[in-house]
Design a protein around this ligand. Sequence first.
Ligand SMILES: [Zn+2]
Length: 260
Amino acid sequence: MDLRLPASMRRAAHGALDLLLPPQPLDQPPDAAASRGAGVQWRGLTPPAWSRIAFIEAPFCDACGAPFDYDQGPGSRCAACCREAPAFDHARAACVYDEPVSDLILKLKHADRTDLSGLFARWIARAAADLLPRIDGVVPVPLHRWRLLRRRYNQAAEIARPLARQARLAYWPEALVRHRATRTQGGKSGDARRTNVVGAFAVPLAWRGRVDGRRILLVDDVLTTGATAEGCAVALKAAGAACVDVAVIARVGQLTRRPE
Ligand SMILES: [Zn+2]
């Protein structure tokens, strides 16, 4: 922050940052954060952590959200999406999936740091701001019930719930189920991941009428190959969803869902 800026501009810039970051540092255990005093608490993440997050700004592919090097005009799609459109309509990611953000996401996923979910929801709301006005309901990518029992919470739901609340959208956590426990996706190629999730997701009978004709925002933590999002989109569209958009915390630079 350049303190030489006029006060009005400083206030506007602080307001924009406050939208993205909570008033306490979340990249440290709460006790450590408290012991460091107010000096590092002003932007939610400690300044070094904040500076390492690679937020995605326009221009990007309108379909999969891959960042572009230069502006190719409104609605432009990357080469991969031009060759084969994804099963979902649009995807937006708040930042590039790299080591700094993966550390934060792992804290949410495996270290019970659900206090990070509000921060991530704000990031996603900003990244998907162009999609939110047309959305009817927010649906988290579901976990299989066995994995849910083991982990005790679904990290996608932990993000989707505050996102729906902030955006004043309906929250539909039961609109999609994972009725087959897919093996972990880590280390698999794009094709293997896609095969792994085919038929894994379904809209329960009770939700088919409610999903029919609606515009869904599917929320997950990370978009890697896009295979999970596509599996969910196929199931939602088979139940009549008018469109399925995807919003995540982070995505790899280029999806590997198709051979290049
Ligand atoms: Zn694309």
